[in-house]
Design a protein around this ligand. Structure first.
Ligand SMILES: Cc1cc2nc3c(=O)[nH]c(=O)nc-3n(C[C@H](O)[C@H](O)[C@H](O)COP(=O)(O)OP(=O)(O)OC[C@H]3O[C@@H](n4cnc5c(N)ncnc54)[C@H](O)[C@@H]3O)c2cc1C
Length: 124
């Protein structure tokens, strides 16, 4: 059985707001644990801000293709492969994950999956 540990602060959810709070309190020497049930890094890098901009960028490229004659470029037609668009987005999100979790120990706090305990300390 896992040994209980004491924390000064336990934050539910690893979103933008809680991440900043965890780092701020850890910098003050507090023992901080963040418990995340699904999206490490919160909504923004996983399902909201960044993935939406990634897909919007694909739409922008498609728009340029559609308007290519305006720019003096003659193309032979094009197709939008939505699976390819989504794969590009998924790769970007997957590439962000290691960096997001590494920042916690570097800043003296710890991120936990669900509600199980993973060691974390302001002095770690
Ligand atoms: C499509 C889209 C595009 C967006 N684009 C932008 C943008 O360009 N710029 C911008 O500033 N904002 C944008 N936003 C808004 C931005 O994503 C949110 O404002 C921001 O993510 C909110 O951060 P948060 O920390 O409050 O919550 P979140 O990032 O949602 O974090 C909450 C976390 O808590 C976890 N959680 C919840 N309950 C529990 C529990 N009981 N136990 C454990 N974990 C739990 C969730 O899994 C989640 O990871 C966008 C939102 C959407 C939907």
């Amino acid at each position: 059985m896992t040994q209980p540990e004491d924390y000064d602060l336990v934050i539910l959810g690893d979103g933008t707001g809680s991440t900043l709070a965890a780092w701020t309190f850890a910098a003050e020497g507090k023992r901080v644990a963040v418990i995340e049930r699904r999206y490490f890094g919160g909504s923004c890098p996983n399902i909201a801000c960044l993935p939406s901009k990634n897909i919007i960028h694909s739409a922008k490229v498609a728009s340029y293709f559609r308007r290519s004659k305006e720019f003096g470029i003659h193309d032979g037609g094009f197709q939008i492969d939505m699976e390819g668009v989504c794969d590009r987005k998924r790769m970007m999100v997957a590439g962000l994950k290691p960096g997001l979790s590494r920042q916690f120990p570097n800043r003296g706090s710890g991120v936990h999956s669900g509600s199980r305990t993973v060691r974390s300390s302001a002095n770690a």
